[in-house]
Design a protein around this ligand. Structure first.
Ligand code: ADP
Length: 327
């Protein structure tokens, strides 16, 4: 054990019967120091039960005595390959995290800040504070203003997704009544629905139990799903928000009788930036980030989300929030 701590090997071969300390204890101690070191057990009495016991304590494999040099070399080579793959995936994760951090800093400082400053200048010009401009110029600047604001919205949605931290969310947990969240989201989205002549309906029992959650994240989930039901709908359509209590979950069902989603796209709609068929969506503005934000948040609640849809008929998103969720 002293040598293990000094040398920190990639792989150890442990005899089960040793003087002073048993192999099982050594395995357990190594497991608690670094569970990713590959541990191979050498056993003189290769009974199934001792092998199973060793595996339970984190061993990768075992080899019964006596063995030939070829046998031990083979098992060591396989163990080292596993270790190499583990170290490689660890390095990839570190690299991925470095890229993510760089992107966050690039988006917020190098992209968002200058765009926000540009919008301010454009609004000064549009407000006439920088002198008189022709109506043609005003129209063009207006369009620039709208397009840059859309870009800013996309950047802030992406930042929201990339910086989402479940631990931070759990710090703000309190008892939340989902009926209240549903009601407020409907209130916020009413103007958008009225513009498209879509009715919003809330169905809920009087005795819905509260869930432990953060209001901001739940509002984000409801707003995204309800606004999608409005956006991908036709005039005269409806969006129904149904809340009910299941055995182990509180359930939210948001359905609409809108455009629906073709089966082939259903498995990808929760992916970042995924939008169904550019042409159908072309007049409908969006970033393809809304559902990935929703999915990430539902996962952080230990919940599940699924979707059912028929092209041309409508879509239903169903979420289950576990009643006994402990962050
Ligand atoms: P977007 O910003 O494009 O709305 P989302 O991640 O919210 O991004 O949705 C991804 C895609 O899933 C959308 O582009 C749309 O094609 C499809 N979609 C989402 N919700 C609905 C819905 N209620 N009805 C039809 N299509 C939907």
């Amino acid at each position: 054990m002293r040598l293990f701590k000094e040398f920190h090997p990639d792989l150890v071969l442990v005899d089960l019967k040793m003087p002073g300390k048993s192999g099982m204890d050594v395995l357990e101690e190594i497991e608690s120091i670094d569970p990713n070191v590959v541990k191979i057990v050498i056993t003189g009495y290769a009974t199934v039960s001792s092998a199973v016991d060793a595996m339970k304590r984190g061993a990768y494999d075992f080899i019964p005595k006596p063995f030939t040099p070829e046998e031990i070399l083979l098992i060591v080579a396989r163990g080292l390959e596993k270790r190499r793959l583990f170290l490689e995936s660890l390095a990839l994760k570190v690299e991925q995290e470095r890229i993510r951090r760089n992107m966050i800093s690039l988006v917020s400082h190098e992209l968002r800040a200058p765009l926000a400053a540009t919008v301010q200048y454009l609004e000064v010009i549009l407000g006439g504070m920088a002198g008189k401009i022709s109506s043609e110029a005003k129209e063009m600047i207006d369009r620039c203003d709208i397009r840059i604001k859309e870009l800013l919205e996309l950047l802030s949605r992406w930042l929201n997704l990339a910086t989402f931290d479940p631990v931070n969310m759990a710090d703000h947990f309190q008892d939340i009544d989902l009926s209240g969240v549903g009601r407020e989201s409907i209130e916020i989205l009413k103007p958008l629905a009225e513009e498209k002549k879509i009715s919003l309906i809330l169905e809920k029992p009087d005795d819905l139990p509260p869930i432990k959650g953060s209001k901001v994240s739940l509002e984000e989930i409801f707003n995204n799903l309800i606004s999608n039901g409005i956006k991908y709908n036709k005039a005269g359509g409806w969006v129904n928000v149904k809340l009910y209590e299941g055995d182990e979950e509180v359930c939210v069902e948001i359905s609409d009788n809108g455009l629906g989603i073709n089966e082939e796209h259903l498995s990808r709609i929760f992916d970042e930036f995924y939008r169904v068929d550019g042409r159908r969506n072309a007049p409908i503005k969006g970033s393809g980030l809304g559902l990935s934000i929703v999915k990430k948040m539902v996962d952080a609640y230990g919940g599940m989300i699924d979707v059912e849809s028929r092209f041309g008929e409508g879509t239903t998103f169903r979420i289950g929030f576990p009643k006994l969720f402990q962050p």
